[in-house]
Every structure is written in C-alpha cells, then in structure tokens.
Design a protein. Structure first.
Length: 342
C-alpha cells in the first residue's frame, strides 16, 4: 500500500541508512527527510537518495513548530520516524542544553503535528542508554523493556525524558506510538566523533588512539542495517503503545574493538593511549531482544566480524565522505575534546 514516511534526522548516521533501507524495501513508499543539518548532518549522505523521485528533502529544525506544521500540511505523512537528535554523550557532558531542546521539545513538536495532521503512527528511535548501565561482573544481567529508566548522561536523560513524553502522549491523547531502544550501532556514514570511525581514521593517520579509562567498558554492537530492519518491522507489525528493545547479543570491550581496528589498518598497538575516563562513563550495555524476536520475528543478520569488515571497507573506499568532515569544524571539536588528553 502506498504510504508517505517522514524520517527526521535522515542526514545523520542511522536515519540516512534508514532512508536507503526504506527506499529499497518499499517501492511503493515515498520518503520525506526532515533534517536541520547540524554538525552531524551531511547532505552528501543522501546524494543517491536525492536521485529518486520517491524522495524529498526538507531542511528544517524539529523544534520549529511553524515550519514542521507546514511540512506536515504539505506531505500529510502516514508515518513519522524520529531519528533527529543530538546523539554524542561527550558533547552532552560539555553542553547539555541543546540535547534537552532538540531531544525532548523537538519530539513534542513532532507528536503535536502527528495529532494535528492525523498521522497513523509516530515511532520514536530511542536507545538502550535510557536504562543506565549494568555491572561488568554480572554477564547474566540484560536490559529488558521492564528495566527501570536510570539514565547516566545528559544525552541519555534527554532520550529517557522523550520516551516518557511519548508514552504520556499515547495515554493522554491516544497518539498511536511505538518506541525502539537499540544498542550501539556501527556501519557506513557514522560521524567520525564515534568510537569506530574515530579509531579507524586516527589509526590510518598514525595518530594516538584515545581509549577512555582502561578500555574495559562493554558495548553491545549491532550493524545499522539490522536496526533499520527492526524499525521497519515495528512500523509494520508493532503494537501501539509498546516498547521494543533491539540488540544482537554482541558485547565487546572497547579495547578489543580498538585492537581489531589496529589489525585491519595495520597500525601498531603502541598508538593506543589510555586517557582520562569519560565522566559518569556507563560500564556495560547489554540488550535482551527476546520480545522483538518472539512477537515480530526479528533476528539480526550481520555477524560482527562481517559487519566490522564491511564498515571499515566502506570508510576506506569513501575517504572523500569523511575527509570533508574532519577537515572542517571537526578539527576544533577534536582539539577541544582531546587536546589535553593525547
Ligand atoms: P547522528 O548524530 O548521526 O544524526 C542526527 C541527525 O539529526 C543529524 O543529521 C542532525 O543534523 C539531525 N538533527 C539534530 N538536531 C536536529 C534538529 N533540531 N532538527 C532537525 N534535525 C536535527 O545520530 P545517529 O547516531 O544517527 O542517531 C540517530 C538516532 O538514533 C538518535 O535519536 C539516537 O538517540 C538514536 N540511537 C543511536 C544509536 C547509535 O549507536 N548511534 C543507538 C541507539 C539509538
Ligand atoms: P561512543 O561511540 O561515543 O558511543 P556511546 O557513548 O553512545 O556508547 O563510545 C563507545 C565507547 O567507546 C564508550 O564506552 C566510550 C568509548 N570511547 C573511547 O574510549 N574513546 C573515544 O575517543 C570515544 C569517542 C569513545
């Protein structure tokens, strides 16, 4: 059936991958991407999508109610998927305010527009970070959808706040809404500030590889396409008002990922530099994905070794995509964030 899906944050990492996933998976859908193109948004990510007659791009800030309403009026989306967010924990520690306005108030503006223009579904792309962290010495413990919210960083607190607001809109106004809480994603088009691309780029340039603390923190990595498939399934068959955890039981210590990147690039492990830890650094994330497997039949398809190779191959083959980023404002960010560490 023909549908118009409005994707916010589609010039970013996961949203961009989702645009391509949906254009490929649903030849009868139109996709409208709304993105304000912050430092993390790249129009070059959407270059191929823009060639499709089923794709439209609107530069707009999700906090700007008038403009957002105008976009809803113009396209009348059936479904809205909200990826737009400030997404980097380290930035949220230095400057929390924009995380609160975009991640919470921006979500409110979108939900109000869904109600005003009669969208059938609002889907909020959330994160496992809303659950806080798990101890390193309890491998038997996982986040389920019933785990209490206990965010650690301003970033995760803003995402948890948005989740609460989505549930409040569902109950109070009858908004048809779903939430997915996914573990760490990796894949093409991820902004170079995040662990995997940062280490790949630094390793290639022979620069220090700044590992926070002892590198023992654990993240549960999922290939981005598997996340996109999970969201698509939730849009198709997910139950109104439900939360779905998304993760592939792929826990890795940061130091082990950095060592794999050294191996891939041929960089010496002597580049690894243990630096001052992130404030409030979450120890371990680990998702229990049983609900989405049982109810929607989702399973991750990409094994970590294959996904990491595909990702690093992509960064090697698409130097121009990331070189344009790291040669600009990113230099100031890096100097400010890492200058006194490495
Ligand atoms: P990203 O930082 O790569 O992209 C965010 C995009 O949102 C950018 O294109 C940016 O321009 C846009 N944006 C930011 N503020 C905006 C605003 N006010 N109005 C309109 N557009 C705005 O982020 P990502 O890693 O792709 O994450 C996307 C979503 O997935 C986020 O909501 C994040 O919380 C969630 N998530 C991310 C991960 C992960 O591992 N990256 C894991 C789970 C959930
Ligand atoms: P990141 O990619 O920022 O994702 P998140 O904080 O959402 O998990 O970081 C992943 C892990 O890597 C996290 O434990 C912090 C660590 N890390 C480093 O050790 N060094 C770095 O330079 C970065 C960016 C992250």
């Amino acid at each position: 059936m023909k549908k118009t899906v409005l994707v916010t944050g589609g010039a970013g990492f996961i949203g961009g991958n989702f645009v391509y996933y949906m254009l490929g998976a649903h030849p009868d859908y139109d996709i409208v991407c709304v993105d304000s193109l912050t430092y993390a948004g790249n129009l070059s990510t959407l270059k191929k999508a823009k060639e499709s007659a089923r794709f439209a791009f609107e530069k707009a800030d999700i906090r700007d109610r008038g403009t957002i309403n105008g976009i809803f009026e113009k396209y009348r989306p059936n479904v809205v998927v909200n990826f737009a967010a400030e997404s980097h924990v380290d930035r949220s520690i230095k400057n929390p305010e924009v995380f609160l306005t975009t991640n919470i108030l921006g979500t409110q503006v979108l939900m109000d527009a869904c109600i005003a223009y009669g969208a059938e579904r609002f889907h909020q792309v959330s994160t496992d970070e809303v659950y806080g962290d798990l101890p390193l010495d309890r491998p038997d413990m996982f986040f389920t959808e019933k785990t209490p919210l206990k965010a650690s960083s301003p970033y995760s607190a803003s995402k948890a706040s948005a989740d609460l607001l989505v549930m409040a809109y569902h109950r109070t106004y009858g908004l048809n809404a779903t939430i997915s809480r996914c573990s760490n994603n990796y894949g093409p088009y991820q902004f170079p500030e995040k662990l995997i691309p940062l280490m790949f780029i630094n390793a290639g340039e022979g620069k220090p590889l700044p590992v926070y603390g002892k590198g023992e923190n654990v993240r549960d990595w999922l290939y981005v396409e598997d996340h996109c498939a999970a969201i698509d399934l939730i849009l198709e068959n997910g139950k109104n008002g439900e939360v779905y955890n998304v993760g592939g039981h792929n826990e890795m210590r940061n130091i082990d990922i950095v060592r794999l990147i050294c191996k891939y690039t041929g960089a010496s492990e002597t580049l690894i530099k243990f630096v001052t830890d992130r404030k409030g650094h979450d120890l371990r994330y680990a998702i229990d994905p049983e609900k989405i497997k049982r109810e929607l039949g989702w399973t991750p398809r990409t094994k970590f070794a294959d996904g990491l190779k595909k990702t690093l191959d992509w960064y090697r083959e698409n130097e121009s995509w990331w070189k344009e980023i790291v040669s600009g404002e990113y230099k100031n960010y890096y100097a400010k964030m890492y200058g006194d560490k490495v």
